[in-house]
Design a protein around this ligand. Structure first.
Ligand SMILES: Cc1cc2nc3c(=O)[nH]c(=O)nc-3n(C[C@H](O)[C@H](O)[C@H](O)COP(=O)(O)OP(=O)(O)OC[C@H]3O[C@@H](n4cnc5c(N)ncnc54)[C@H](O)[C@@H]3O)c2cc1C
Length: 265
């Protein structure tokens, strides 16, 4: 850290390291691994919800890392910010590497969003927030947000040129994305950087997990009355989780299939 010009963060890192090495955090990690996430495709009334439920210990680990700045320190103006980020990430991984995936993707997303000023203005405060908000609701209503990535398809890993997801432009300037992503970690993320072919070639879209569009007309009156307020008002239409998979190495953040969405570029 000294050699890389980040010596001034010594105390911050020592404190975070002690926390990561504590018995309490080790217990959270054990619980998060013993209780892997569950895909809930439907609610008890048969409505499609595509929700992924995580054990409370997973949320505690996320809150610990995001609170310490694992995903935001590099962009917060601290000196040698990316070195600081690397050290925080290293320490977090000693406690539980599974949660490092969503935090790393959230950290990395800002570099891509910087190419789209209006998206950056909207998302940056949530991405840099030190408050972890694990609730499942449209990002506009949240205090903090995490970002995932939907790049890989069955026929192409490193070679994203082989991707087949297509984006077609609507009259209002928004896009419909149709395709099938294969590896998509951290499905509870609030939005996903998503690769698709549009006019002009392969490009990247930010796809929010939940739409903020009102759907009063779609909700049967019974459901309207008895579901929690936000499911009645917010439509889950952007991303459809098809199947759950468990990869080696990152059990607490196992990825599902995802397909098809509708979004602005
Ligand atoms: C734990 C985990 C989480 C993941 N999470 C996500 C996620 O959230 N979102 C997402 O989109 N993807 C995710 N992925 C997928 C990941 O991005 C792909 O695995 C990656 O793109 C590599 O693709 P592949 O596995 O198909 O390997 P391949 O691309 O088939 O590569 C196989 C081998 O060939 C080599 N190789 C490939 N191309 C070349 C080349 N041109 N020249 C020389 N060598 C080459 C590679 O180095 C490798 O050794 C995740 C993967 C893992 C393991």
């Amino acid at each position: 850290m000294e050699r890389a010009g980040a010596g001034e963060h010594r105390e911050r890192l020592a404190a975070f390291g002690a926390r990561c090495g504590s018995a309490e955090v080790a217990e959270w990690a054990m619980q998060a691994n013993r209780n892997p996430p569950q895909l809930k495709s439907f609610d008890r009334y048969g409505q499609r919800i595509d929700e992924v439920e995580f054990h409370p210990a997973y949320h505690q680990l996320m809150a610990l890392g995001i609170g310490a700045g694992v995903s935001s320190a590099a962009w917060s103006g601290a000196s040698a910010g990316h070195v600081l980020h690397t050290a925080l990430e290293f320490l977090m991984a000693q406690a539980e590497p599974g949660v490092c995936c969503p935090m790393t993707m959230t950290y990395a997303s800002l570099a891509a969003l910087e190419n789209q000023p209006e998206l950056l203005a909207e998302w940056k405060p949530r991405i840099l927030s030190s408050e972890y908000d694990g609730s499942s609701q449209p990002a506009k209503a949240k205090r903090g947000a995490t970002i995932g990535m939907a790049m890989t398809e069955k026929q192409g890993g490193s070679d994203v040129r082989a991707n087949t997801t297509r984006a077609s432009r609507n009259a209002d300037g928004s896009y419909n994305l149709v395709g099938h992503k294969w590896f998509c970690s951290a499905p509870m993320s609030d939005a996903f950087l998503t690769l698709a072919y549009a006019d002009g070639g392969l490009t990247c879209f930010l796809v929010p997990k939940l739409s903020a569009r009102k759907v009063a007309a779609c909700a049967p009156s019974l459901t309207w009355c008895i579901t929690p307020a936000w499911t009645a008002f917010w439509r889950r239409r952007h991303i459809c989780d098809r199947r759950w998979r468990t990869p080696c190495g990152t059990r607490p953040t196992a990825p599902p299939f995802k397909e098809s969405s509708s979004i602005s570029r």
